[in-house]
Design a protein around this ligand. Structure first.
Ligand code: FE2
Length: 427
C-alpha cells in the first residue's frame, strides 16, 4: 500500500504523471491517470488536476535569528547594509532564546507552506551570549518534522574586529553548527579579510564541515576576496563544499577581472548564492545616477558551469523589511533585475531554485524519479512560467511521504453590470 498518491500532475517538461510514495520515497511514477487510485488510502490521494509538481524546494540562505525584527528598534531608512548591521547590533543585545525560536519557527512554517523542506540559516556568533546560535540549534530538532535545518556559524561583525570574536566562532563550532561562515569584506583590513578566509577554511577542514561565506557584498570593485576563497579551495581540494554568498562586487568588477574570478570559481568547484530581495535594495546606495544594481553575474557564472543558487536572505529584518518567506519571490525579483525575463530563462530560473539549491545544501539524490525522496510540492498553476508569473500558492507539500502543508485555492469573483463571474489568476 502506498502512503500517498498524486494523480494527473504536470512535470516541468509538460508531461502528465501519477506519483505513488511508499516508505518515504517515490515508488511509482507513471503516465497521468494510469495508477489505480486504490493503491493509497482515500484520504491520501490528491488529484493535481494538471497542476505543476516538483521536488520540494531548498532555501540556502536565510538569517533566522534576525527574522521578523523589522522596525526593532528602528527602520533602516538609509537602506544600506551598514545601517542594517548597526540596527541589528542594537536589537541583538536583547535576544532571548524564546524570542528567537518563536520568530524563526514562524518563518519556517511560512517556508514549509511555500514548499521548502531544507533551510540553511546563518546565526550571528558576534553576540557574546550566543543566544541565537543556541536557540537555532535547539530549533533544528523541534522543526525536523517540517524542514532539515543547517545552521551556519556567522561572525556578522567580523572575526578579527574584536578580541572575543574568534573564540566565539570556535565556541559555536563546538556547540554543533553545521557550516562555517565568515564575512571578509567586513573585517578592518584587506589582510584581516584574507586571514579570516584562511581561518574559516582551516576550521572547515578540522571540523569536516562545509564553508559558506558572505563575501564581497559591496559595490566596491576593489573588494576582491572571492579570488582568495576560490584559490584556497583549489589548494585544499575542498571546493565542492564551499559557497560564496552574495558576491555583489562582481557586478562592478572590470570585465577582464570578473573573467579571471569566474574562471577561478569554475576551477575550484566553489558555488555561488545570489540573494535578490536584499541586494536589490541594499546595493547602489552610495551611487549618484546611474545607480548600479547589486547582484552578481549569474549569466556569466552559469556559462562557466559554476553552480549558482538563489536565496531569500532576509524575511522582515533590518536589511529587508518585506518578505513572506517564498523562494518564488526571490526568483521573481531576480528575473527582473538580472534581465532573465525571456521565455528561455524560465528553465534556468527553476534550475537555480531546485537542483542548484539542493546541490549547495549537500543533497546527493534530488529529482523526480522512482527511488528519490518522496518530498513533493504541488503548485496552483499548470506550468513553470505561470507558477513564477503568479507565485502560485502551493496546494500540497509532502516531506518524505508525509503531508506537511496544504493550501486551498482561493476564489475571486468579478462583479460586472451583466452578472458575476469567477476569475483565475493562475491559468
Ligand atoms: Fe546573508
Amino acid at each position: 500500500m502506498a502512503t500517498w498518491l498524486i494523480t494527473n500532475a504536470a512535470t516541468r517538461d509538460g508531461s502528465s504523471v501519477d506519483i505513488a510514495i511508499e516508505n518515504g520515497t517515490i515508488s511509482r511514477l507513471e503516465d497521468g491517470g494510469s495508477i489505480d487510485p486504490s493503491v493509497a488510502p482515500a484520504d491520501q490521494r490528491y488529484d493535481a488536476d494538471g497542476r505543476l509538481v516538483t521536488p520540494t524546494l531548498t532555501e540556502p540562505h536565510l538569517h533566522l535569528d534576525a527574522t521578523l525584527t523589522a522596525g526593532e528598534p528602528s527602520w533602516n531608512e538609509s537602506g544600506t547594509l551598514a545601517e542594517g548591521i548597526d540596527i541589528w547590533s542594537k536589537r541583538k543585545q536583547s535576544l532571548e532564546a524564546d524570542d528567537v525560536k518563536a520568530r524563526a519557527e514562524q518563518a519556517i512554517e511560512w517556508l514549509a507552506a511555500n514548499g521548502v523542506t531544507r533551510i540553511r540559516t546563518h546565526a550571528d556568533t558576534t553576540e557574546e551570549s550566543l543566544t541565537g546560535v543556541q536557540a537555532l540549534l535547539e530549533l533544528r530538532e523541534t522543526v525536523a518534522d517540517l524542514v532539515d535545518l543547517q545552521v551556519v556559524a556567522f561572525p556578522q561583525d567580523g572575526i578579527f574586529t574584536d578580541e572575543l570574536h574568534e573564540d566565539l566562532l570556535r565556541e559555536a563550532l563546538e556547540m554543533g553548527v553545521d557550516v562555517v561562515g565568515g564575512i571578509p569584506h567586513n573585517e578592518h583590513t584587506r589582510e584581516d579579510g584574507t586571514a579570516s578566509i584562511e581561518l574559516a577554511m582551516d576550521l572547515a577542514e578540522s571540523y569536516e564541515l562545509p564553508v559558506d561565506l558572505h563575501i564581497d557584498e559591496t559595490d566596491d570593485p576593489g573588494s576582491r576576496f572571492t579570488e582568495v576563497l576560490a584559490s584556497e579551495a583549489i589548494k585544499r581540494g575542498i571546493g565542492d563544499r564551499v559557497t560564496a554568498s552574495h558576491v555583489t562586487a562582481m557586478h562592478s568588477y572590470p570585465n577582464s577581472y570578473a573573467a579571471k574570478v569566474i574562471s577561478l570559481l569554475a576551477e575550484s568547484g566553489v558555488s555561488v548564492i545570489t540573494n535578490p530581495p536584499d541586494n536589490s535594495v541594499l546595493q547602489g546606495r552610495y551611487d549618484d545616477y546611474p545607480r548600479r544594481r547589486g547582484h552578481t553575474r549569474i549569466d556569466e557564472l552559469r556559462d562557466a558551469n559554476v553552480t549558482v543558487g538563489i536565496g531569500h536572505d532576509s524575511v522582515m529584518d533590518p536589511w529587508y523589511h518585506y518578505g513572506r518567506a517564498d523562494p518564488l519571490d526571490a526568483a521573481f525579483i531576480l528575473l527582473h533585475y538580472a534581465h532573465m525575463n525571456g521565455r528561455s530563462d524560465v528553465g534556468p530560473l527553476w534550475d537555480l531554485l531546485t537542483d542548484a539549491n539542493a546541490d549547495i545544501f549537500g543533497v546527493d539524490e534530488y529529482g523526480l524519479s522512482v527511488g528519490q525522496e518522496g518530498s513533493l510540492v504541488v503548485y496552483d498553476s499548470p506550468d513553470p512560467f505561470n507558477v513564477l508569473r503568479t507565485r502560485a500558492p502551493r496546494t500540497l507539500v509532502l516531506k518524505k511521504g508525509r503531508e506537511i502543508a496544504r493550501t486551498e485555492p482561493t476564489t475571486t469573483t468579478v462583479i460586472r453590470n451583466n452578472g458575476e463571474r469567477s476569475v483565475d489568476f493562475h491559468r
